[in-house]
Design a protein around this ligand. Structure first.
Ligand code: NAD
Length: 437
């Protein structure tokens, strides 16, 4: 099949590359000229494990091309994916300007039947709006399908190539048959392609993200309770996670959820609800708890240094909002760094993949190090912000000898309480006993 993907970011590039891998001819379109130049030169502008192998193979086979021209990109395409940004507007609603702009442009360019596919996360009613925007200028028949994406950054290729399920919202039999053909190679093991109406497909994506954000937040509330009651959140997690009705995943307490999806999607769903006079109370609580949770360790740091962080050196391990990505959108580390700088501290940091992105936003206000030990060297305290595997089993004796202080604030509960006692660190984590406080 000939496929165009408009928007070549985390979702668009993975979608385009994976569909090229299943034998389609794909052209990825983006307005970012520097990004397209980089891709044409054979370089991937994001960090996504496993993407490079597929990317190189399909470029070599001539099945994966890049352009800044929408006209060029959609030439001959039978399906056109929209993988465009839907950032939060000032009122929290999903900003549809990128999608509707492209839809308007597409209308004038279509010269035969195509299926236009909303892959972006969009509120209920967007497929209809996209349909109307295209129809304003279109002289040919077309269908608009809602096909939300559930990939997770860090394991995006695996998620895309072996999806738990594919959700397709359309009433058109013709579009259904094209979408089935397109996804058939990805669901050969029997994972379902679930057909539904457009509105339900659009809501499915928000419901999934809001539910997962709620699950994380619920566990963070339990962690806060554990601290007050003298219980251990890791034990409680194991205790409830083994209940198959609950499940083991998304139960890890920490400094809150971040990233480009959960925060904006929870916000957008809450706003959509308010717009129709429905007060989705759980979502308001989730957003409020998560906001506090993100910087929950800062008061602990302040208390430890008796209110004076001026010229204290704080090491930060991890900047990305989660491991295996360079994405720093809404990453808790950024807010923590800002607060530490405001309190007069110096910050030294290391992240395996996200430092370049942080340099573009925070610049030289903090020091970027070549590894976790260089970041910790001379530090008065260490803060763990992202659970990269490389941080999980540090050489604590080495840490003790190179750090100025012997205190670790762990936002991801990476270390064993007993070991921290043994190694004589002051150790503050989430929902667990404090060590040597
Ligand atoms: P992104 O910001 O990484 O990529 C969007 C791309 O669209 C950018 O490269 C941008 O330059 C390009 N773009 C903007 N306007 C354009 C235009 N007029 N023409 C062509 N290209 C244009 O965003 P993303 O993370 O890939 O997310 C895209 C959508 O997918 C969002 O709605 C998001 O909520 C959803 N989503 C994201 C993830 C994720 O993990 N990142 C997962 C599932 C769904």
């Amino acid at each position: 099949m000939k496929i165009a993907v408009v928007g070549t970011g985390y979702v668009g590039l993975v979608t385009g590359t994976c569909f090229a891998e299943t034998g389609n001819h794909v052209v990825c379109v983006d307005i970012d000229e520097a990004k397209i130049e980089k891709l044409k030169d054979g370089n991937i502008p994001i960090y996504e494990p496993g993407l490079d192998v597929l990317f190189e193979r399909n470029i070599k086979q001539g099945r994966l091309l890049f352009t800044t021209s929408l006209v060029e990109g959609i030439k001959g395409a039978e399906v056109i994916f929209l993988a465009l940004p839907t950032p939060p507007g000032e009122d929290g609603s999903a900003d549809l300007q990128y999608i509707l702009q492209v839809a308007k442009e597409l209308g004038a360019l279509l010269d035969r039947y195509v299926v236009v596919i909303d892959k972006s996360t969009v509120p209920v009613g967007t497929a209809q709006k996209v349909h109307e925007a295209i129809a304003m200028n279109a002289k040919v028949d077309f269908d608009v399908v809602s096909n939300p994406e559930f990939l997770r950054e860090g394991v995006a290729v695996e998620d895309f190539m072996k999806p738990d399920r594919v959700v397709i919202g359309t009433k058109s039999e013709k579009a259904k048959s094209i979408m089935s053909k397109l996804y058939a190679p990805l669901v050969r093991q029997g994972n379902p392609v679930i057909f539904m109406d457009e509105a339900s497909a659009e809501l499915t994506k928000y419901a999934a993200n809001a539910f997962l954000a709620t699950k994380i937040t619920f566990m963070n509330e339990i962690a806060n309770l554990c601290e007050l009651l003298g219980a251990d959140v890791d034990a409680v997690r194991r205790g409830i996670g083994t209940d198959t009705r609950i499940g083991k995943r998304f139960l890890f307490a920490g400094i809150g959820y971040g990233g480009s999806c959960f925060p904006k999607d929870v916000q957008a769903l809450a706003k959509s609800s308010k717009d129709i006079n429905y007060n989705f109370k759980i979502l308001d609580a989730v957003m409020s708890v998560n906001q506090t949770q993100k910087t929950k360790l800062i008061p602990e740091v302040v208390k430890y240094f008796k209110g004076d962080l001026v010229n204290k050196t704080i090491a930060i391990w991890g900047l990305a909002f989660k491991p295996y990505t360079d994405d720093i959108r809404e990453a808790p580390a950024l807010e923590n760094i800002k607060m530490l700088l405001d309190l007069g501290a110096n910050v030294k940091t290391y992240d395996p993949e996200a430092m370049e992105n942080v340099k573009h936003t925070i610049g030289d206000k903090i020091t970027y190090c070549k590894d976790e030990y260089e970041a910790a060297s001379g530090a008065d305290a260490l803060l763990v912000m992202t659970e990269w595997p490389v941080f999980r089993t540090p050489d604590f004796n080495n840490l003790k000898s190179i750090m100025n202080g012997k205190v670790i604030f762990d936002g991801r509960n990476l270390f064993d309480i007993e070991e921290m006692k043994e190694k004589d660190f002051t150790y503050v984590s989430i929902g667990r006993a404090k060590v040597n406080e």
